[in-house]
Design a binder for this molecule. Structure first.
Ligand code: ADP
Ligand code: MG
Ligand code: MG
Length: 887
């Protein structure tokens, strides 16, 4: 018989898949003797069984739930629905992966007209009892009966006004009873039924609601965003209540064992006195920092600090802990691994090694390479003049500039149009998630460091400022005021999530540097990794950056970027439209010293490390004006100035553009085909490279040029181009009297090349897999068309698991890579292999490259640190016999 329900003491921390993260951790904390209120967990399997039974709770699940309830009642010596001594419970969802704020918790379940009276007598606190009851009606109505909480809020507000109160604690027991009456009427009006009074009915309705919430809109969006599979299901935790709203010796709070923004090893969090449940996270009242608890309740603080330490040692991870104090007694309601910024993740991993909690390898695995992007981004230049509008809580570091918008839908729309926006809201809720995704940064006027906006922004690595109370946001008027100053929809502001400052206009930003902890972690990573990391760089500036970030060479230097330069383009065009050999050579002569200068700069920046230079790749028409524009200009001139020289020039250009026009440029005269047809272009480039090498050798800098022939499909192409390069090298060596050490290789980016790699390797010193083109040619997609037209839909409907241009398609394109390497090494055992293209900076692709035996990956300079870490992780995982997973 399947076991669908586990009492907390029957489970443990390893049972996340079955009990969900929250349930497994509640069980684990119970097991190690922490003060956790008693309860039980209904498994994720029960959730799946519920869906398999067409959204009915299976009998077995019902039976086991009732049994567990009886055991809980025995333990608590209370009974659900007993008017004299009622058991009250919370009903909490919890899936394998934490989905913050995605599903709502119901507190105080078991309250009804009778038990509320019992609670009033039992606690000798009628006000508390009725406050709890009304909270329950409101939450239950919202989550289970799906009545908008707006109606309840409104009634509460009317009551407050009527009585002349300014806050909830002023309401008396009688006031709450009146509110409850009104609440029940709202329920009757919306559901045409009375509010359910039978606690068992309440319980099962709540369980169903949790199961249903697994498939609500915001849960689905969150899962898609975080690649959490849909079939996992959620568990339900039923737990006896403890009360933080029993007076001023009670309260509730949230804390991290270390600072989640910076990683600093001190308790970090906030709490509210005389409050329950979500009051802290909801951002309705601004809470107090945890440090003040030390003064207010020294004993509780001491116990809490010890518990935090114990949990961190136990889990060997920074924890995010929810707690409640009931009449001076501490209860722990939740613990989980805390979400953190990249900066904090690094600091914590490094500190934990120093503290002896982790070994280096584990520490390396703890930092998600994707997250490092945050640190490798730009931030506000300290020297820039700052017109500070206001200051809020620095909730998620980094800086962002954009137009202010006040609505998540608008943020999404503008974001999709490519505009940079900052979403400003009084507070955010899970319903704003799509707007947060589309924004550069988030700004709220209410809520603390653990509010929804803060948690979500940190997770996404976006700048966020919270609780900026100086900001008077008027969502309807689409503006906010700071004193007299008005900022309207569309105005540009900059937010600095590291300092909490809101600035008017756009501010100068500076490039990132690596912190000492980051460098230490990367140094550890370098000791572990067995695969080289290079960078793609086309100019000396990028090459320098790459070198600073630890690149061991350049894996791809695209020479066409040197042709696009505005001062050179006219010469390049001259070369293209040349009518005879002499004219063409004249233009090439002019280009030669320019290219040579570029190469010298790059070689110098790389200080003796290998540099792979790809000869010209794109079709020539890319360097000429657009055909349609040109046609318009020619037509105009034919009418206005038919005799002009200008017209003759333009007509000649148009003729050339037409000649070069292709049905499908992606598959046309490009790559080495260009060199085959116009060898003089490749000759010039090779000459520039070798001249530069000689020049640097004279300066005492050793250079290792690796000359790469693009888009080879047949070995004969490579044979011929290699011959050409070698002849140029010989000429330069003879004329300068210097020996140059160089290699010639090719890009493998056409399936035929991979399939005949044994032949090709006989002519190549190295292979570099150009996985961008290889993906295009393997799938038969042109990337621009695919990404613009159907790829998004393919991913959403799960036709494809990922965008194959971002995450290497291991089954298809990957198979060609494997084949290429295997065949290539048969005829050329010393063949050097690498991958260039975006995949070289993506963690799962790097893992693949390591497993497949590539010598190096090459990626954008800003991703080099990320790739170094990912490469180390691949090695460590391999040693531990673990496979790569996204979670
Ligand atoms: P989330 O996953 O959104 O954090 P939780 O299930 O942790 O949802 O519940 C939110 C809050 O509800 C908790 O932080 C806690 O304050 C309160 N809560 C949950 N269960 C109990 C309980 N048994 N007694 C008192 N408060 C509870
Ligand atoms: Mg929680
Ligand atoms: Mg290519």
């Amino acid at each position: 018989m399947e076991k669908y329900v586990y009492l907390f003491h029957e489970g443990n921390g390893d049972m996340k898949e079955l009990l969900g993260g929250k349930g497994a951790n509640l069980a684990e904390m119970t097991r190690i003797g922490l003060p956790v209120p008693n309860g039980f967990t209904i498994t994720t399997q029960a959730c799946n069984a519920y869906y398999e039974s067409n959204k009915n709770i299976p009998t077995l699940v019902e039976k086991q739930t009732l049994e567990a309830l009886s055991r809980l009642e025995e333990k608590m010596n209370k009974k659900l629905g007993d008017p004299k001594n009622p058991l009250l419970v919370s009903v909490r969802s919890g899936s394998v992966f934490s989905m913050p704020g995605m599903m709502d918790t119901i507190l105080n379940l078991g309250m009804n007209d009778e038990t509320v009276a019992g609670m009033a007598i039992l606690t000798n606190n009628a006000r508390f009892a009725y406050d709890s009851y009304r909270r329950f009606i409101q939450m239950f109505s919202d989550v289970v009966l799906e009545i908008d909480s707006y109606y309840f809020e409104q009634l509460l507000e009317e009551t407050r006004e009527q009585k002349g109160y300014s806050s909830d604690p002023e309401l008396t027991s009688e006031d709450w009873q009146e509110v409850i009456k009104g609440y029940k009427e709202i329920v009757k009006k919306h559901t045409r039924k009375d509010f359910p009074q039978d606690p068992k009915e309440q319980l099962f309705l709540a369980i169903k609601a949790v199961f249903n919430s697994w498939n609500n809109q915001r849960a689905i969006v969150y899962r898609r965003l975080n690649k959490i599979p849909d079939h996992l299901g959620t568990a339900v935790n039923i737990q006896s209540m403890v009360f933080g709203n029993m007076g001023n010796d009670s309260g509730t709070g949230v804390a991290f064992t270390r600072n989640p923004s910076t990683g600093e090893p001190i308790l970090y969090g906030e709490y509210l006195i005389n409050a329950q449940g979500e009051d802290v996270v909801a951002g309705i009242r601004t809470p107090q920092p945890i440090a003040t608890l030390k003064d207010e309740m020294p004993g509780v603080y001491q116990q809490f600090a010890e518990t935090c330490h114990c949990l961190e040692q136990h889990y060997e991870e920074m924890q995010d802990i929810e707690f409640t104090v009931e009449r001076g007694k501490l209860f722990i309601l939740q613990t989980r691994n805390g979400k953190r910024t990249a900066q904090a993740a690094i600091r914590i991993a490094v500190d934990m090694v120093k503290e002896g909690i982790l070994d280096r390898k584990t520490a390396i695995l703890r930092v998600d390479p994707d997250q490092l992007n945050q640190l490798l981004h730009r931030r506000i230049d300290d020297r820039a003049e700052r017109k500070v509008l206001a200051k809020g809580l620095p909730a998620s570091p980094g800086a962002a500039t954009g137009m202010v918008v006040f609505d998540a839908d608008e943020a999404e729309q503008l974001g999709n149009e490519g505009k940079r926006v900052i979403l400003a809201r009084p507070e955010t809720t899970p319903d704003d998630i799509h707007g947060i995704v589309a924004s550069q940064g988030i700004l709220t006027s209410r809520g603390g460091m653990t509010s929804h906006a803060a948690v979500v922004a940190r997770g996404m690595g976006k700048a966020c400022i919270c609780g900026c109370e100086a900001l008077k946001i008027d969502v309807r008027a689409k503006q906010f005021k700071v004193g007299e100053m008005v900022v309207n929809y569309g105005d540009v502001i900059t937010i600095d999530g590291s300092s909490g400052e809101i600035l008017l206009g756009e501010i100068t930003m500076i490039d990132p540097e690596l912190s000492p902890e980051f460098q230490l972690l990367l140094a550890w990573a370098d000791q572990e990794r067995k695969i080289e990391v290079r960078a793609n760089a086309d100019n000396p500036v990028d090459a320098k950056k790459a070198f600073e970030f630890g690149a061991g060479g350049i894996g791809l230097c695209r020479t066409e970027h040197m042709f696009m330069d505005l001062t050179r383009l006219p010469i390049v065009q001259k070369m293209i439209i040349a009518e005879n050999h002499d004219e063409r050579m004249e233009a090439l002569e002019q280009l030669l010293p320019m290219q040579q200068g570029d190469f010298e700069g790059i070689f110098e920046a790389m200080q003796g490390n290998p540099v792979t230079i790809r000869l010209l790749d794109p079709p020539l028409h890319e360097f000429l004006p657009d055909k349609e524009n040109l046609l318009v200009e020619v037509t105009k001139l034919q009418i206005l100035d038919p005799q002009s020289e200008e017209l003759k020039k333009k007509e000649k250009l148009l003729k050339k553009v037409r000649q070069l026009d292709e049905f499908n440029p992606m598959l046309g005269l490009r790559g080495c085909r260009l060199g085959m047809v116009h060898p003089e272009i490749y000759e010039m480039q090779a000459k520039a490279i070798f001249n530069a090498a000689v020049r640097l050798a004279e300066k005492g800098i050793e250079v290792k040029p690796e000359i790469m022939i693009p888009l080879v499909g047949h070995v004969n192409e490579l044979k011929q181009m290699r011959q050409l390069v070698m002849e140029v090298a010989n000429q330069v060596q003879i004329s300068t009297g210097k020996t140059i050490h160089y290699t010639v290789g090719t890009m493998i980016e056409i399936p035929r090349a991979a399939l005949t790699a044994d032949q090709i390797a006989e002519e190549a010193d190295f292979f570099s897999f150009g996985t961008n083109d290889l993906t295009q040619t393997t799938f038969g997609y042109s990337r621009d068309d695919a990404e613009g037209k159907f790829l998004q839909a393919y991913i959403e409907t799960k036709v494809l698991p990922d965008n194959p241009f971002a995450v290497l398609d291991q089954e298809g394109v990957g198979k060609l890579v494997e084949t290429g390497i295997k065949l290539g090494r048969i005829t050329n055992p010393s063949l050097k292999t690498g991958i260039c293209g975006e995949h070289g900076g993506e963690k799962s692709s790097i893992d693949f490259c390591y497993r497949t035996g590539l010598d190096y990956v090459s990626c954008s300079p800003y991703r080099v640190p990320l790739a170094r870490l990912a490469a180390a992780q691949a090695t460590i995982r391999h040693e531990k016999n673990e496979v790569f997973t996204t979670a």
